[in-house]
Design a protein around this ligand. Structure first.
Ligand SMILES: Cc1cc2nc3c(=O)[nH]c(=O)nc-3n(C[C@H](O)[C@H](O)[C@H](O)COP(=O)(O)O)c2cc1C
Ligand SMILES: Nc1ncnc2c1ncn2[C@@H]1O[C@H](COP(=O)(O)OP(=O)(O)O)[C@@H](O)[C@H]1O
Length: 129
């Protein structure tokens, strides 16, 4: 499953949480997968694939009402605004959770990153993406 669109501005809180997320201005709503946290491949302007964690949902911890698709790209620190992003889902890690505290959300995102890296290590070279 692939979602595409320009990187748009979000609520501006990702970086404060330690997890900046590129919000995708998805061109085709039907291409947005079910709510959840996914391991994905993320490419900017047709460039190389980079591993990312994709969060799809309404950000229930913050009582959001808009459904967004946003990607935290591993091992990258780069301005991505208005560039074209393509995100290809590898696998679902978990569903969305409404946390009682921001610290609990951050702890879970750290666990998601560890899980993502474990899954990547298991993919190995030459495996289907
Ligand atoms: C790996 C990952 C997992 C996430 N899991 C959840 C979640 O379970 N519940 C939730 O409310 N938000 C979750 N989020 C979304 C954050 O709430 C969101 O990235 C944050 O509000 C920043 O939003 P912004 O990019 O619009 O500033 C997750 C984000 C990432 C990157
Ligand atoms: N590793 C990264 N993954 C995602 N976005 C990054 C990364 N490094 C830098 N950025 C930049 O940070 C922005 C997201 O910051 P964030 O604080 O979540 O704000 P907002 O939600 O308002 O876009 C991205 O759009 C991108 O330009």
């Amino acid at each position: 499953m692939t979602i595409k669109g320009p990187v748009v501005t979000g609520a501006g809180r990702g970086r404060d949480l330690g997890f900046p997320t590129a919000n995708i201005g998805v061109e085709d709503e039907a291409s947005i997968p079910a709510d959840g946290v996914y391991l994905a491949w993320f490419a900017l302007d047709g460039g190389p694939d980079r591993a990312a964690l994709l969060s799809v949902g309404t950000n229930p911890t913050f009582d959001g009402d808009r459904r967004t698709a946003e990607a935290y790209v591993l091992d990258v620190d780069e301005d991505m605004y208005s560039r074209h992003a393509q995100v290809r889902i590898v696998t679902l890690i978990r569903g969305q959770i409404k946390f009682d505290s921001i610290d609990a959300l951050i702890t879970q995102m750290q666990a998601d990153e560890r899980r993502g890296r474990e899954l990547l290590a298991g993919l190995g070279d030459g495996e289907p993406r």
